[in-house]
Design a binder for this molecule. Structure first.
Ligand code: NAP
Length: 282
């Protein structure tokens, strides 16, 4: 039976550290860190995520503001807001909540973000630096995943790691990060034939497919470490991309959903924003 990787516990330690650091800085006379958020449209999940991020910011002593736009806002208005945040010396981090509306060009919008304030690590500039292992800000979910793997003292060097998914938000950056940590990485995606033939030899399996309970025990090597990034509501219950009840019998460690990767994403956002703040105030 697999042991649980407790993302709530690990993230709590990180957020408590951030809160202490913020207090030390403000006690020393510095302003608070500031996160500027842009939320476009009415996507219910995006609203929930942004609400959680605002709450987390306040809990550690950050100031934050969310600029809300209607779904049909012209791209130029959003870009204007990004430029205002870029030029405001009191804004440390900028978060543009994904997904963008269909009429917007991701590259054009994200290219506007100052790389130093791109605390989500998603601009083409940031992604290029990540590929070179020189990132200023590592994308939050992949950064949180690496922290979870380190929290259980799992040695990434030399192991076979498999990643299910190749999105710019999760799959692609976590595959790069695992390579930088000297794992040998296989990526499978929706066009991979028999993906379980690749994943079932992996010592470490990261699943970010966006398909509820896609991964069952057939995909998993005995005693593998399994990280489930997915989050879904099915029949009024929350589940991940991994069929938890079946895989927990085979894995050595597994993340629960909820309470695994989700809280780590927020903890990583706070640390990235705090790191940007430190470079701005010191
Ligand atoms: N907990 C958190 O903090 C957090 C953060 C971000 C995302 N998420 C969740 O994580 C999941 C993935 O997010 P995402 O943004 O990476 O999703 P995404 O952009 O939809 O990407 C999904 C990836 O999975 C691949 N895929 C889909 N079906 C597959 C299958 N049957 N077999 C193998 N690969 C398959 C897709 O392949 P193709 O490239 O071929 O289409 C794609 O690369 C979602 O459930 C999302 O809600 C959670």
């Amino acid at each position: 039976m697999a042991k649980m990787i407790d993302g709530k516990l690990v993230s709590k330690k990180i957020t408590e550290w951030v809160a202490r650091e913020v207090k030390d800085m403000t006690d020393a006379g510095h302003r608070k860190p500031f996160l500027g958020v842009i939320l476009i449209g009415d996507n219910p999940a995006s609203k929930i995520y942004v609400g959680r991020k605002e709450t987390a910011c306040r809990e550690v002593g950050f100031d934050t503001t969310t600029i809300r736009f209607d779904e049909d806002v012209p791209e130029d208005e959003v870009i204007q807001q990004i430029r205002e945040f870029n030029n405001n010396p009191n804004v440390d981090g900028i978060l543009v909540q994904l997904p963008l509306p269909e009429h917007m060009d991701f590259l054009r919008v994200f290219n506007e973000l100052s790389p130093h304030k791109d605390i989500d690590g998603l601009t083409p500039h940031s992604q290029g630096l990540l590929a070179l292992n020189r990132a200023h800000h590592i994308p939050c979910t992949p950064k949180g995943i690496i922290k979870l793997i380190k929290a259980i003292d799992f040695e990434m060097k030399g192991v076979h790691a498999a990643v299910v998914g190749r999105s710019a938000l999760v799959g692609s950056p976590i595959a790069k990060l695992l390579t930088h940590h000297h794992a040998t990485v296989t990526t499978v995606h929706s066009r991979t034939k028999n993906p379980w033939e690749f994943t079932s030899t992996a010592d470490l399996l990261v699943v970010a497919a966006g398909v509820p309970k896609l991964v069952d025990e057939k995909w998993v090597k005995k005693d593998a470490v399994v990280i489930d990034v997915g989050i879904h509501r099915v029949d009024d219950k929350i589940c991940g991309d991994v069929d938890f009840d079946r895989v927990k019998e085979k894995a050595s460690w597994i993340t629960p959903v909820p309470g695994g990767v989700g809280p780590m994403t927020i903890a990583a956002l706070l640390t990235n924003c705090f790191n940007a703040y430190k470079t701005h105030v010191s």
